[in-house]
Write a protein that binds this ligand. Structure first.
Ligand code: IMP
Length: 175
């Protein structure tokens, strides 16, 4: 499978992905029984995972979508990330962050810091994919779909240069 200049091969089929998501949802249903969690899904990549996960959640559950805007601050050394689109009050809520992939973990770590500052009752992370070897920031990931090698993947919400998000399967860069 070709996207622009790169060739990809099938890695996780739609069936395998859907089965695993059902398993994650079952676990979340047990863990959050009697609670009303607020899922916070990170756009763009997590939109498919969030939609399929939501369909298998039972009980009362809410969802909100956020975007992370990154820019280089004019003079400071670091990169600042802003969370856009979160209208819900996070304070005292049971929050589950939904990501497509945790790679270096820098994005997730920023997100966790941001949400914790708003004093939720609890905070958990659900990520479909985890490139464990690439992790630079240690963190606890409560719900992980698949641990994958440190290779570039596309499909099921994940893109290569804007393309490939529509694919139902996940593909790995061919070497
Ligand atoms: P991190 O901050 O390095 O953990 O990267 C997080 C973001 O990088 C993800 O939300 C994705 O948008 C993107 N990303 C990381 N690895 C991949 C990949 O293999 N394919 C597509 N996008 C990726």
């Amino acid at each position: 499978m070709q996207i622009k200049d790169k060739e990809f091969e099938i890695y996780l089929t739609s069936q395998v992905i859907q089965d695993r998501i059902k398993g994650l949802a079952d676990q979340i249903n047990i863990d959050y029984q009697g609670k009303r969690p607020l899922m916070i899904a990170v756009l763009n990549g997590a939109f498919m995972f969030a939609a399929d996960l939501m369909k298998s959640l039972s009980g009362e559950v809410e969802i909100s979508f956020v975007k992370i805007a990154s820019y280089q601050a004019t003079q400071s050394t670091g990169k600042l990330d802003h969370l856009l689109g979160l209208q819900e009050n996070v304070k005292d809520r049971d929050i589950i962050l939904i990501e497509d992939i945790v790679d270096t973990g820098l994005t997730m770590s920023e997100l966790i810091t941001n949400i914790l500052a708003q004093k939720p009752a609890s905070l958990a992370v659900a990520t479909l994919l985890w490139k464990k070897e690439a992790l630079q920031k240690p963190m606890k990931l409560q719900y992980v779909g698949f641990e994958i090698p440190n290779k570039f993947v596309v499909g099921y919400g994940l893109d290569y240069d804007g393309l490939g998000r529509n694919l139902a399967d996940i593909y790995q860069l061919k070497e």
